[in-house]
Design a protein around this ligand. Sequence first.
Ligand code: G6P
Length: 612
Amino acid sequence: MCGIVAAVAQRNVQNILLEGLRRLEYRGYDSAGMAVCDKHGALKRQRAVGKVQALAERLASESLAGNSGIAHTRWATHGRPSEPNAHPHQSRERLAVVHNGIIENHEPLREELSAQGYVFESETDTEVIAHLLERESRTAGDLLTAFKQVVSGLDGAYALGVMTVDEPEVVVGARKGSPLVVGVGIDEAFLASDPLALLQVTDRFIYLLEGDVVRLSSGGRIEIFDASGAAVERPIQTFEHGDGAASKGDYRHYMLKEIHEQPAVIAAALEGRLGDRSVLVESFGPDAEALFRAVRNIHIVACGTSYHAGMVARYWLERYTGVPVQVEVASEYRYRRVVVPEGTLFVTLSQSGETADTMAALRFAMQQGNYLGSLGICNVPGSSLVREASLNLMTQAGPEIGVASTKAFTTQLTALMLFTLALGRVRGMPDDEQAELVEELRRLPGLCSQVLGLDADIEALSTAFAEKHHALFLGRGAHFPIAQEGALKLKEISYIHAEAYPAGELKHGPLALVDSEMPVISVAPNDDLLDKLKSNLQEVRARGGELYVFADENVGLTPAEGISVLHLPHIHEALAPILYTLPLQLLSYHVAVLKGTDVDQPRNLAKSVTVE
Ligand code: G6P
């Protein structure tokens, strides 16, 4: 949730750390801070409430100078956003700590340290680490020994970066349950929560494993120790996406850029995975075919937007493979007694591959010991999910910066359709049906481009929503989760209360809410539920509700009083959920722009939630 960046360099690190924080801001943005060891060996710190820009303004008038430093952008868990609660936290001006995650045993540690005379200046769980380190370093002899001692006594999840005035050219770090990578520079070394933060200084990274401790020192020296304390070598990997991925280009917001990237990234998600008339099962890995043959049941577990992708996949998998599917949000799944029928495959979806609830669910599932195996569908190479799932399918969306997920969702859906067809293939799905869907997948990027061409029409529609406080989204079948995703997007970035219902459920309650102040948005592809959906829309109209319908060009729905209709190109009904997502994304985007909200960094949210 929070973002960490640290450096031991041959130059002043202030601007490297500041740029890193800007790139990590998607992880949290209620306060930010930085500490460096200056040339006199003193620890200097600046912190500010608000976005990274507030810290940048403070640094512009009172700059920091030093060749090593640590920095942090925060998403509050313990203690409200305030300067005393902002990281880095210090102990007796000797040590500074930045932390992402939650220290679960911070209360007894705080009591113990207070009794020993340590004075707490913040409400955070993190500050105990600074004081523990100060205490241990008095006897340990060096920072690394003290640090290893301290982390062995911490319960919970953390990625940490630490420095001390006693060793001004050293930064130590650790990861357990929260992401941390080492950036390998030329005679310089860095740490960050995400490689994106460091692409301005290096494209070479070491992905730390769970329990790793790392020591960076002058001259670019990097020493890594595994959970048992043994010195280890970890491979250096070159980051594949160019640095341009982290810039907005000519777009006003990352979200708009990412919406418009969808034709290209969906094409990338399909690349190398389609044969002439079927999906290449080998693209899931050499063991996939044998595993897929054994699948009798599927459990899909994810959070947020990724969960909605899983909900769509249930319709596809049950229809085309005949395998029963259960879909659940990760934070619920792991706290109940899960019944795992024989032959069940565990499927997790995550844009980041670091969501704490999703990772905990994957680990919980694998500890059960009775799943066939796990398939991780993920966008971030090298992430925890990719390392821990038995099979992986990368969604190839490229870095997604806007907090509201867009291209990550449609590429997840694309990947899930590939999975459906791969599983269908090994389970005897008719060849013609496979070939038809493969052909339609090839057309999908072009159809998406056509729908994005409706941008101006959708922007015009959005004016009707700017003054509204509520909205209702309707869909049937696999479009019910698309309606849910549409409602989530509107909530996230425009702060309009929105709910989604399966259209047939309207009459069982929500119809009571419908009046002229309640816009009702519906997706109406040309599928076998169309006539039923049309009746549901009549029910809304009869109560004075204003309807906004995204409809197949062939369904015969035309605009009328109180009914706005935008036509989408015809698409195979199975792939319609992917295409119909796009106008809903654009609608939310334009409503948010009209309302003047912070589109890319909506209030109270974070892109990657690495706490439970
Ligand atoms: C956060 C983000 C959502 C995202 C969810 C799951 O809540 O704000 O946009 O859908 O996490 O993230 P994941 O990276 O696991 O897909």
